[in-house]
Design a protein. Structure first.
Length: 248
């Protein structure tokens, strides 16, 4: 099978040991220990004396959680998207979720690393990992506009950082908690169009190409599922290879 640059190649989930996704998603969603949570400045007030403290955890915390719960059964792949953005494809037990990250105003020397870290953590939230950090209450703290740093560290509510680690891996049984039909979304649809163009297919022909591959009408690539995307890519690469052989 040809490699797919805009989508993570995954096995069908049924090829893995059955997993109780209800228990796994619950375990992945548990808060991190309080001591590993850090804060950075978000929006500031009008006179820039206070800023919203945004809680975050280092990517290693996410990796540690995955290694504890699904050791050897998760992987990530990154796809460039434009000049400053990147797409992370996180696969757990054969199921892939994706999200984007961007370098923003990061130091140019670490811009790529910053984009990867952001994309990875955002992809993790698709499985519930670290998602609670986005739902924490707004916390205003003193702020230094010269250094752009917070002058104090807020305290999290007890329930927000209560963790139970280490814990055993989840039982393997029920897949009902995970929707395996989730669509690829706009970001990956854009990347998919770009890669088809590189294969030699004009943008105007993409819907027709997809319809022939799937044997049904396709209105928007963003509404495709993972299996749909793989089918179209395999069909497109086969056609491109045949055309190359004929041309030669």
């Amino acid at each position: 099978m040809n490699a797919t640059p805009w989508i993570t190649r995954t096995e069908n989930p049924t090829t893995h040991s059955p997993v109780d996704w209800n228990e796994l998603l619950t375990a992945l969603s548990e808060p991190f220990p309080e001591e590993i949570i850090r804060f950075r400045a978000g929006a500031t007030n009008r006179d820039k004396t206070k800023a919203i403290a945004l809680a975050y955890a280092d990517p290693r915390a996410y990796e540690d959680r995955l290694n504890a719960l699904v050791p050897g059964e998760w992987q990530v792949e990154f796809t460039p998207w434009g000049e400053r953005r990147i797409i992370c494809h996180l696969t757990i037990l054969g199921v892939t979720r994706s999200s984007t990250g961007e370098s923003g105003d990061s130091n140019p020397d670490i811009a790529g690393t910053s984009a990867e870290a952001q994309a990875f953590k955002r992809a993790c939230t698709k499985f519930g990992l670290g998602r609670y950090l986005y739902a924490l209450p707004t916390m205003w703290v003193d702020y230094d506009p010269r250094t752009k740093h917070l002058l104090s560290t807020p305290e999290l509510q007890p329930a927000a950082h209560k963790a139970k680690w280490p814990r055993k891996k989840p039982n393997r049984a029920d897949n009902s908690a995970l929707d395996l039909s989730e669509t690829i979304g706009t970001a990956r649809a854009v990347a998919m169009h770009e890669q088809l163009i590189k294969l030699g297919f004009e943008r105007a022909s993409h819907k027709d190409l997809a319809a022939r591959a799937l044997k049904r009408r396709v209105n928007h690539f963003k509404d495709l599922t993972e299996p749909d995307a793989r089918t179209i890519w395999n069909y497109a690469t086969t056609l491109a290879a045949e055309h190359k052989t004929t041309a030669a």
